[in-house]
Design a protein around this ligand. Structure first.
Ligand SMILES: O=C(O)COP(=O)(O)O
Ligand SMILES: [Mg+2]
Length: 233
């Protein structure tokens, strides 16, 4: 049942794409689940389910850490433990990052099709850069992109439009000539605030919410479907 592709309108006059990483290009949930459970074990806490871990992904590492210990502690207790928890998270994620991460179906084909169309290509993720770049290298994604911005590249991250606006500026494109492709409300809100178009994939991590409830110019089953909906003319 992928009738959504048939119903979607082609986006014309698009010269650049901004592609999200976690939940859009890479299924990273297992790495993140293992990492937060190792962090929790070090803090004397029991494991969380994969589903719970997934529901915390999308607003960057610091939010993931806060939410993951917020299961057991009040907001003020979380802040007391935050620094230690973040250091543990980082230590374990350096070990685990990329171990189980896999590209979703159609990712390489979609990125290649976008490249063949002559689109300018950037990756914007809320994942910190120290984890983003090795992960993209390991999974063969890095070379598709002229620009990669992470959650710590600027003062603000998605859903703030700062990263997307910087990409538009770097490319010399008006935001209306750029489409953001992502799996979550953070991508959509950032795109709308920047004035970019937005396409969503339904298979990622939208905080446990249906992607159909997110403001979007279309829901596409794969990045290859997204490429088919983007036209430079
Ligand atoms: O690090 C996260 O929270 C998710 O990153 P994303 O922006 O690539 O989905
Ligand atoms: Mg994402």
């Amino acid at each position: 049942m992928s009738s959504s592709v048939v119903e979607n309108q082609v986006l014309h006059g698009i010269r650049g794409v901004i592609v999200d990483l976690d939940g859009t290009m890479l299924h990273t949930a297992q790495d993140l689940h293992i990492t937060i459970n190792r962090m929790r074990a070090d803090l004397g806490l029991g494991p969380l389910t994969l589903e719970t871990a997934i529901s915390f992904v999308g607003k960057g590492a610091e939010n993931l850490v806060r939410k993951s210990i917020g299961v057991d502690f009040s907001a003020s207790e979380v802040e007391l433990r935050f620094k230690e928890a973040l250091a543990l998270f980082e230590k374990h994620y350096f070990d685990v990052n990329g171990e189980f991460a896999t590209a979703y179906p159609g990712v390489h084909e979609g990125l290649q099709a976008m490249r063949d169309q002559g689109l300018r290509m950037a990756c914007v993720t809320n994942k910190p850069m120290a984890f983003t770049l090795p992960l993209m290298e390991k999974t063969g994604l890095r070379d598709y992109f002229e620009i990669v911005y992470g959650g710590d590249s600027f003062e603000k991250k998605k859903p703030d439009p700062m990263q997307l606006l910087q990409v538009c500026k770097d490319f010399g494109l008006h935001p209306s000539q750029v489409v953001a492709i992502g799996d979550s409300i953070n991508d959509s809100q950032a795109a709308r605030a920047a004035g970019c178009k937005v396409l969503n994939v339904p298979y990622g991590y939208n905080h446990g919410q249906a992607i159909q409830d997110v403001d979007s110019d279309g829901i596409v089953s794969t990045l290859l479907d997204a490429a088919h909906l983007i036209s430079p003319t």
